[in-house]
Design a protein. Structure first.
Length: 406
């Protein structure tokens, strides 16, 4: 039961002789004391029986009304908490009633979280734990958000609390149709979805650091449009392998490309290999032992004859296991190779990785879990995409049907 007792503090008397009126509030073994912000002379306090007698002075009527209001406020707050099955805390009720300003929560800027994440990621890159290419993607993600905020809000940053549905919808539209990069307007759907994945990762980092409590980008529901991976058939692969090139530059590009076709390594992984990654087991077989730069996942691959021939060809001619070349130049020169070899497909360095997954391994009956391990996939679903593209199991099963209907 709530009990409030009012008393005056004579030791705190003012120059005019008035003493402050205090309230002692008790409820369920809780007791607090607080000032009522009212004051009265000890003589009038005693004469009115602590303001309980009928009052004639207007000032004393105002004081009594204030004390009654305080009583009512406590009763109302306590009843509200009881109805809500919430704990009653007299100190919290006092703060609420007296209107003491709560400490203003410091606003967290969206770009501040990006800055913290990217600095942390940069340290991982310096330690060799993550790739510099991944860092560039996160830096690019931050730049896109910066550009959008400046265009849409005319600001350098925006509170994370302002990132709601409208922000996300307008950001997606901006990326797809308005963003400009190297003179090109707009970003394709799959790249936009990947950028939003980066945005989500950055905000999850903010949650881990207790900077924010929820991820606003969880609302985004964009989907990747799955495209069939471009890969070489066995005949096309042999055509490139057996083709004689007079130009040294094209010979080198062909060899780097074939190395990827028979190992499945992504460009950044292939270019980081050295002699230290080449080992020979007890049976005399060579293996390339390494971790994927992008994910840190182990991706060990046995060395096939073509791969060993290329390694020996370039042995001791450079620091790495094979010659180094930029991704841009590789893709440009692969167009020449495709023309010379009569291959009507858009060849890129990643075509080699797709070829390893399909034609070289799955197409030759290598189990999917082994292909997944060699390619350094984080889950087997990534490898299943290649199986769907190849449809080798469908072809095998339909072969049985063909025999029945002959």
């Amino acid at each position: 039961m709530l009990q409030i007792i009012y008393f005056i503090k004579s030791d705190k008397a003012k120059k005019n002789g008035e003493c402050p009126i205090y309230a002692k509030i008790q409820f369920q073994r809780q007791t607090i004391t607080m000032s009522t912000k009212q004051s009265i002379t000890p003589s009038r306090w005693s004469f009115t029986n602590n303001l309980r007698n009928p009052l004639k002075l207007e000032k004393e009527k105002v004081i009594k009304a204030s004390l009654d209001s305080l009583n009512l406020s406590f009763e109302r707050k306590i009843n509200e908490l009881i109805r809500a099955n919430s704990a009653v805390n007299l100190n919290e009720i006092r703060k609420d009633i007296t209107g003491k300003p709560k400490k203003k929560k410091k606003e967290v800027g969206l770009l501040d979280i990006f800055e913290k994440h990217n600095k942390s990621f940069e340290r991982k890159v310096d330690a060799g734990e993550r790739s510099s290419a991944s860092l560039q993607k996160y830096k690019r993600s931050k730049t896109l958000i910066e550009d959008f905020i400046k265009k849409e809000y005319g600001k350098d940053n925006i509170s994370i609390d302002s990132v709601k549905g409208a922000f996300i919808y307008n950001l997606e539209s901006y990326l797809k149709y308005e963003s400009v990069y190297k003179g090109k307007v707009g970003i394709k759907n799959n790249s936009v979805v990947k950028y939003f994945k980066n945005f989500k990762t950055v905000c999850n980092y903010g949650i881990k650091l207790d900077i924010i409590t929820k991820n606003p980008f969880s609302k985004y529901d964009g989907k990747l449009k799955v495209k069939d991976a471009v890969f070489l058939t066995k005949a096309e692969l042999l055509r490139i392998e057996e083709k004689s090139f007079d130009i040294v530059r094209l010979q080198r590009v062909r060899d780097i490309f074939l190395f990827s076709c028979y190992t499945g390594y992504a460009p950044i992984d292939e270019q980081s290999l050295t002699r230290k990654n080449l080992i020979q087991n007890n049976e005399g077989d060579y293996w390339i032992v390494t971790d994927r730069v992008k994910t840190g996942i182990r991706a060990n691959v046995p060395v096939l004859p073509t791969t060993l021939r290329i390694i020996k060809k370039y042995q001791d001619l450079q620091k790495g296991l094979i010659p180094k070349l930029s991704n841009q130049k590789m893709n440009a020169y692969l167009k020449e190779i495709a023309d010379v070899c009569g291959i009507h497909k858009k060849l890129t360095w990643y075509t080699a990785r797709h070829t390893f997954a399909t034609t070289v391994t799955l197409g030759n009956g290598i189990r999917m879990e082994n292909v997944s391990a060699m390619m350094g996939h984080s889950n087997i679903q990534q490898t299943q995409h290649y199986a769907k593209v190849l449809d080798s199991s469908v072809n095998d099963d339909m072969g049985k049907i063909k025999d029945i209907y002959k």
